[in-house]
Design a binder for this molecule. Structure first.
Ligand SMILES: [Zn+2]
Ligand SMILES: [Zn+2]
Length: 256
């Protein structure tokens, strides 16, 4: 196999021998290759399911996508959304540190005031000093709570966009209609998450669903309607990216 300069190799987690990053399985022992380069920490590692971010990097904890079936290689459009999500996650961690620090300051100054009052007596300058400290702490907490909740919203939106970009790409590369199970396999996720993705894609008008003769739901991308030749794939991706850019613009406008 040709190895391009940018290619990296990883080690099989079962037998420890070197395998190419693109290999879906270890050629030596057959174990599944689940490692992929993390866009945040740049390490070649696995990712695990995450309650809030769907999947996270096992090394740095940043939001990631599971390793997709190499036959459905992603266009990497999701990376910028994942990076935005990671930025929001870090901003939230900072806000939470502020909340913790301000709470400590509030509690500390109140405890000191109480202690001083027990031993000596309360005086106006003392209470005023305490009020300044406690008031400042309360202001910082309110401000940081707001920032933290905004970051949570931003994180959630960016994760959804990353997943929609990835799922949209996979849907585009499917030949004909596909099921939730097929999307799950291609994306390396379970069917519950695949159903969630499909609902999201349908709500955003990327795909449509039809009921098959067998009574099952089949999905296909909307942009492909009418396009039959396989060369249309890249054009579809562009149309999809454009539609997403418009949606993003509208979302930013709505936030202001
Ligand atoms: Zn192996
Ligand atoms: Zn990482």
């Amino acid at each position: 196999m040709m190895v391009s300069p940018g290619a990296f190799s990883s080690r099989c987690r079962s037998c420890g021998r070197e395998i190419t990053a693109e290999a879906p399985n270890c050629p030596h022992c057959g174990a599944a290759n689940l490692e992929e380069r993390c866009p945040h920490c740049n390490a070649v590692t696995t990712a695990s399911q995450d309650k809030e971010m769907r999947w996270h990097c096992d090394l740095c904890g940043g939001p990631r996508l599971p390793r997709a079936d190499p036959a459905f290689r992603r266009s990497k459009r999701e990376v910028m959304h994942l990076k935005r999500a990671e930025g929001a996650r870090r901003a939230r961690a900072k806000s939470r540190a502020f909340i913790f620090g301000a709470s400590m300051m509030g509690f500390g100054s109140t405890a000191l005031l109480g202690l001083w009052g027990l031993i000596f007596s309360f005086s106006f300058p003392l209470v005023l000093t305490w009020a300044l400290f406690a008031g400042a702490a309360a202001l910082v907490i309110v401000w940081a709570l707001g920032r933290s909740s905004n970051a949570t919203k931003e994180l959630k939106a960016a994760i959804d966009q990353a997943w929609m970009a990835a799922a949209g790409d996979v849907a585009n590369r499917m030949k004909g209609a596909f099921s939730a199970q097929k999307l799950a396999q291609a994306m390396g996720i379970d069917e519950v998450q695949a159903e969630e993705m499909l609902a999201l894609l349908e709500a955003n008008d990327v795909i449509r669903s039809d009921v098959t003769e067998a009574g099952e739901l089949a999905y296909q991308t909307k942009f492909r309607v009418g396009a039959v030749d396989t060369g249309a794939g890249e054009v579809d991706l562009e149309a999809l990216a454009e539609a997403e850019a418009i949606a993003e613009e509208q979302r930013l406008k709505a936030q202001k």
